[in-house]
Design a binder for this molecule. Structure first.
Ligand SMILES: Cc1cc2nc3c(=O)[nH]c(=O)nc-3n(C[C@H](O)[C@H](O)[C@H](O)COP(=O)(O)O)c2cc1C
Length: 326
């Protein structure tokens, strides 16, 4: 048991962590989560009103997104020297509970710094390859979070490209998808969510196509002078599609992205290959059918370039509830 003074300190640390978690990546920047802080406990909820009805009928990407927020909060708490236990007790919209267990030496400050430094960068990465040791580090981190990582082999790149191309075509031909994309790329400023079209990249020839966030091509950035020559493509996957595994998959995704960012890599995600049935089957085949693919991540280097434009975030008052103690 902690005294009232300690509880006040923990509540502040928990609120700071929930604010840091707002920087987590989420599908279409929907930020589909909320937090409730009571004393030394913080609960994570999914916000079903933010689920993408067309792109994410089953809610897999929503759970992955909530998992990235959960991991961001864990990293922020570790950096603040707050020791916690996490129970992933998914029922209805309740996803997890973070419980403060004590104080510890502040840890992983480079990861905490990466929370604000990380932005999805959809430009084509340069020739510098991602070192084997880096990929091994990322695979171990992902496994420590209970998920798995497959590094796409050179002989599998064409298959991944075909999968991404087919997914992109199928979604582009679907008026319901177009309407959902238009809704989330033209959000009003006050909403603090959605994908600004200028963070997208014009559709140009590249090794593996990426999602087109600006079909008019008027606002998107150029892909750049490079051609993804050194880009590593990794498939994050899990044993199954159960809610807890997906939540953990999101935590693993965050662990991978933050470590990669701290190590100077640029990153972005490709999930359209997982959203459409046939491309998803192709990606499942690339991991020999040993699990369920969650998302593909691009990793690479963009030397001497300006950081990509950032995306907005919701008002913390709409996301975080602090229950005052009597
Ligand atoms: C589960 C998931 C799926 C995503 N899928 C894609 C995708 O298919 N294409 C893409 O360019 N970005 C994708 N993203 C990245 C989001 O669009 C991005 O995180 C969001 O717009 C916020 O921007 P930021 O990452 O720069 O903070 C995905 C992110 C998550 C967590």
């Amino acid at each position: 048991m902690f005294d009232a003074y300690a509880i006040v300190g923990f509540m502040t640390a928990l609120e700071d962590a929930a604010r840091a978690a707002q920087h987590a990546p989420s599908v279409f920047n929907t930020q589909p989560w909320s937090w409730r802080i009571t004393g030394d406990t913080m609960e994570l909820y999914a916000d079903p009103s933010r689920q993408l009805e067309v792109v994410d009928k089953e809610g897999r990407l929503l759970l992955l997104s909530c998992g990235t927020a959960l991991h961001h909060a864990r990293v922020a708490l570790a950096a603040a020297g707050v020791e916690v236990s996490v129970s992933r007790d998914v029922s209805e919209h309740h996803l997890a509970t973070i419980h403060v267990t004590g104080q510890a030496e502040p840890a992983s400050t480079d990861l905490a710094a990466a929370i604000r430094a990380r932005h999805s960068d959809r430009r084509a990465f340069g020739e510098r390859p991602v070192a084997e040791e880096e990929l091994t580090t990322l695979r171990r981190l992902v496994e420590a979070e209970g998920a798995f990582l497959h590094v796409v082999r050179p002989d599998q790149i064409v298959e991944l490209a075909i999968s991404a191309e087919q997914a992109g075509n199928a979604e582009r031909d679907d008026p319901a998808y177009q309407a959902e994309l238009a809704r989330w790329t033209s959000r009003p400023d006050f909403a603090g969510d959605g994908v600004p079209p200028e963070t997208g990249v014009r559709q140009e020839l590249r090794r593996v196509p990426i999602r087109d966030f600006d079909p008019s091509g008027e606002q998107a950035q150029a892909a750049g002078a490079a051609h993804d020559q050194g880009t590593a493509y990794v498939i994050l996957f899990g044993r199954s599609d159960t809610p807890v595994e997906l939540l953990r998959g999101g935590e693993a995704l965050s662990a991978l992205l933050l470590r990669a960012t701290a190590d100077g890599l640029s990153t972005s995600m490709i999930s359209d290959t997982i959203e459409v049935e046939w491309p998803r089957t192709l990606v499942r085949g690339m991991i020999s059918g040993i699990g369920e693919p969650y998302v593909v991540v691009r990793l690479g280097y963009l030397p001497d370039s300006a950081p990509p434009p950032s995306t907005p975030r919701r008002d913390p008052r709409d996301v975080i509830t602090v229950v005052e103690q009597p």
